[in-house]
Write a protein that binds this ligand. Sequence first.
Ligand SMILES: Nc1ncnc2c1ncn2[C@@H]1O[C@H](COP(=O)(O)OP(=O)(O)OP(=O)(O)O)[C@@H](O)[C@H]1O
Ligand SMILES: [Mg+2]
Length: 357
Amino acid sequence: MIGSTFATPTPTDTPVVQSPLLTLDGLGVSLPSVDGPFDVLADVDLTVGRGEIIGIAGESGSGKSMTGRALLNLLPDGASTRGTIEFDGTTLSSLDRKGWQKLRGGEIAMVFQDPTAALHPMLTVGSQLTEHMRVHLGLSKSAAKARAVELLDQVRIPDPKNALKNYPHQFSGGMRQRIAIAIALAAEPKLVIADEPTTALDVTVQAGILQLFHRLSSEMDLSVMFITHDLGVLAALAERTYVFYAGRVLETAPTEELLRNPRHPYTSALLKARPETSDVDGVRSELTPIKGQPVTASTAPEGCPFAPRCDDAQDACTGLVPALVRVPIIEDLDMPSTRHLAACVVHSPAGAVSKES
Ligand SMILES: Nc1ncnc2c1ncn2[C@@H]1O[C@H](COP(=O)(O)OP(=O)(O)OP(=O)(O)O)[C@@H](O)[C@H]1O
Ligand SMILES: [Mg+2]
């Protein structure tokens, strides 16, 4: 009796997270253009728990970085936002310039794909690390230096005392990324947004960085938003994952469940399109690229943005945008999972349509 066990249809469900640090509610972002504003994010609901690592995955242009930038108010000039962002009890739209400055690099830090962008080539690692601590934590010179040694040790830089005196170019790419992570952690943030931090690294070095995030999150009770185009890297890292397409969340679930049991055709297609693809049980399967080209929030058709590329598309897919709703778990169809949501007409009970429709 699915009808009686689905929660009352709400416009959009959210996964139950015990102690949220960050909540995005209906986040939308539009950018200006000569033809008028165009959407790059539409109606994103997302939560990050305290000490939780979440993954954000999706093809290029799906809005992953834009979501991270919106959290730090680092959007292109003229951007306008809708919806609300609550971080640690504060509604971010209420912040003034000083408030944003305190948040950026202080309570929320960012790690990028290219560590050289985050590191100043002419300053020693030590001065870059201690500057952050002195600005954001008000530490004395000697206390900051001691903390810098500790941090380099935490990110597993060998001989940290000596490393403080060196310049970024004296380290390998993997070590530079570890140093960039140490700098991000210097002001003791509550949340780190890691935007494809391993994409430029080779596979072994990448594995080390993923392990590092995992360890730091549990040691420091740090929340991490890990952005990647490769769902597979999230397997051993992220507790829950959000799958983005055309500036929307199309599916979210605990990562293991999502990888084993994707319920949105887009997620299934992404998994099949992985290079070196092998399913969760280690069985190699053939790589199948997703047909057609990705659309953006502004070029998406009416209805489900993935419909034109979806093998399972039906007439209903081209009507309203399907809402993100709980999907019934497979073992027990009468009990919808509170943490597995998908925005596909197959799972949307009648009446549950998106907020924008
Ligand atoms: N500065 C900008 N000006 C105009 N459009 C932009 C700008 N930055 C991003 N966009 C557009 O916003 C949309 C979302 O971009 P975003 O950078 O968030 O994608 P992404 O998911 O991070 O992709 P990638 O995997 O390539 O990094 C895309 O359509 C992109 O073209
Ligand atoms: Mg990006």
